[in-house]
Design a binder for this molecule. Sequence first.
Ligand code: C2E
Ligand code: MG
Ligand code: MG
Ligand code: MG
Length: 289
Amino acid sequence: YQSKEIGKNTYQFYGDISTTLSRQLAIESGLRYALENHQMHLEFQPQIDLKTRNIVGIEALLRWEHPLLGNITPEEFIPIAENTGLIYKIGKWVLRTACAHNKAWQLNGYPPITIAVNLSPLQFKDPNFVSDVDNILLETELAPQYLELEITERHMQNIDLSRQVITTLKDLGVSISIDDFGTGYSSLSVLHQLPIDRMKIDQAFINDFHKNEKTSGLVKTITEMGRNLNFELVAEGIESEEQVTILKEYGCHIGQGYLFSYPLKLNQVEQLFNKYYSLQEKHRESSSP
Ligand code: C2E
Ligand code: MG
Ligand code: MG
Ligand code: MG
């Protein structure tokens, strides 16, 4: 049952009944020096205004290429980074790198957009976190309104602490979104009491909602309630125009997904900007009198 990503050579080291444990150990020890060894990078997935089709934001997604095991998904290595405490260092690197790239795009003349960064609940609970964010914004010279922090319902088990952290972050001027909304247990009435800007409807709901009446009813309800509570709504995992049509009908504002773009390598991001912004120029020219 050796996994496909493990090459022939590594099978000798990682094969057999202990595959899973060895993989875990290889990831654990590799993770310690992954940044120093330049094995990590960010990819970027644009967020699109469903009405105008403008790029309004971009999400930073962490990637790690292990020298022996190949690409390891964040879903596999983030929990290990959390268990080993390495998440603090890695998380700070992600934040700094994402802010620096966003600033660089602005300096290169592109219209300013928000960069969204995913946070581990551990970072969120770290007493130094808010001042880290503040320092990184100063260091990278990114204006705070162009940084968005993504937390999940998992982050908010202690509602008083959450409110305190979110409020302090909002005071800095950054925005807050709830990622993977609908997969946790928090109610909209609780979220309503927090100064949250955006809700990202989890892709599990978007994946099959145009084929499944129950799911589409759910998406409709989430969208309506979210709008009534003044959240901006983002749909994750959009793969078809059909989904866009329905989501717009429901009043969802923003979309992210393979339909618009896969997560992009750094050098592909400006190519995408050039494509989008020259299309808009053309559109403006042809629609002006
Ligand atoms: P997420 O924040 O909900 O990110 C969305 C995930 O959906 C990404 O997977 C993205 O590549 C994928 N995706 C985007 N559009 C589509 C689509 O149209 N169809 C499908 N099937 N998938 C789509 P990825 O990059 O593997 O990230 C997985 C999760 O890992 C993220 O979920 C996030 O929770 C976590 N993660 C990623 N980067 C970081 C990070 O820097 N720090 C922390 N703490 N977590 C991260
Ligand atoms: Mg996210
Ligand atoms: Mg998500
Ligand atoms: Mg997710």
